[in-house]
Design a protein around this ligand. Sequence first.
Ligand code: NAD
Ligand code: DAO
Ligand code: ZN
Ligand code: ZN
Length: 369
Amino acid sequence: MDVKAAVAFEAGQPLQIETVQLDGPRAGEVLVEIKATGVCHTDAYTLSGKDPEGLFPAILGHEGAGIVVEVGPGVKSLQPGDHVIPLYVPECRECEYCLNPKTNLCQSIRTTQGQGFMPDGSSRFSYKGEVIRHYMGTSTFASHTVVPEISLAKIRQDAPFDKVCYIGCGVTTGIGAVINTAKVEPGSNVVVFGLGGIGLNVIQGAKMVGANMIIGVDINPGKQALAEKLGMTHFVNPQALDQDVVAHLVELTNGGADYSFECIGNVNVMRQALECCHKGWGVSVIIGVAAAGQEISTRPFQLVTGRVWKGTAFGGAKGRRDVPQIVDWYMDGKINIDDLITKVMPIEQINEALDIMHRGEGVRTVLTF
Ligand code: NAD
Ligand code: DAO
Ligand code: ZN
Ligand code: ZN
């Protein structure tokens, strides 16, 4: 079939809206009509050419929501008409990773997904006879996409696509990091570095689990008001301090954070996030994705004296299990997504949406089809 897509033909070039060809779903695959998609830093990073694993031409996008149009042979858990959120971390429920409660990193289709192909090693997308790669197993910058059954979370039918698409990455990453990765307990003191599309969701996750102090750290004072609305109790702008930010945070928390989260992708801030943690038990979780080749450092004595350094992908969420639950939390008013979707535009304006993100304006832009 012919479908509309924003195609990344080459690194560093604007996306092009084109009619591309999409083959129907094969065994274990599902054709999904995408209704809305968020734009995330990872799409921009791949498009920039700095992602060593980036492949072109490709259809990017990994934060979508839509409706099942057709299922391939053997698909049992979904049928046409179901509402779904594509998952860039699948959940096959059979591999040793899925069977281990300590991780969400299902490996069943890892190799082909990384190559931009479906699990059988081929692409469903083409343009004028040339193969176009899939991206992160999702390719949500297209009006229709084909996704493995194991990479789709079935969600309730009354959830608005232009809001819950954000659960496909940002919301789940932030809230999941609090609940699944850090397992923050009620009464904990939490420090969140970076109050953007991820950090704000860490804040609302920390509020939801009953954290005590929720300290937000950002160099942009314009982030304070929304963060406070979501549950931040204290704001720290490192550039407005007359002392070192780590010393300030240790003082403010009377010994250090129980949990800290780095939501920027800056290796120097990752160190600050670890070192502001409480001696003996503080846990720091890296969420931000640093540029290729960057390394983190600290004095090993920080770990010898009981601080723990961790990382998380997609908030440690097992997507088919956890994403429908987060959609319910949104629909029940337990989490706020509406205030975080700062612009909605048609897919034709996708390059403008990328520019908005580069300029650091708003929180999330959502594109509709
Ligand atoms: P964003 O640009 O919306 O937010 C980043 C925030 O950090 C901004 O508010 C900015 O002002 C602030 N900031 C920048 N430098 C700072 C500094 N030195 N000190 C304090 N604050 C600073 O980005 P986002 O969408 O929230 O994404 C954050 C990171 O999370 C990115 O690296 C992204 O790639 C990553 N990410 C990770 C996962 C995962 O699964 N681990 C998933 C999605 C995104
Ligand atoms: O299983 O080896 C693996 C990789 C899983 C992919 C996880 C991606 C994590 C974070 C990237 C940012 C997401 C938008
Ligand atoms: Zn993302
Ligand atoms: Zn698996």
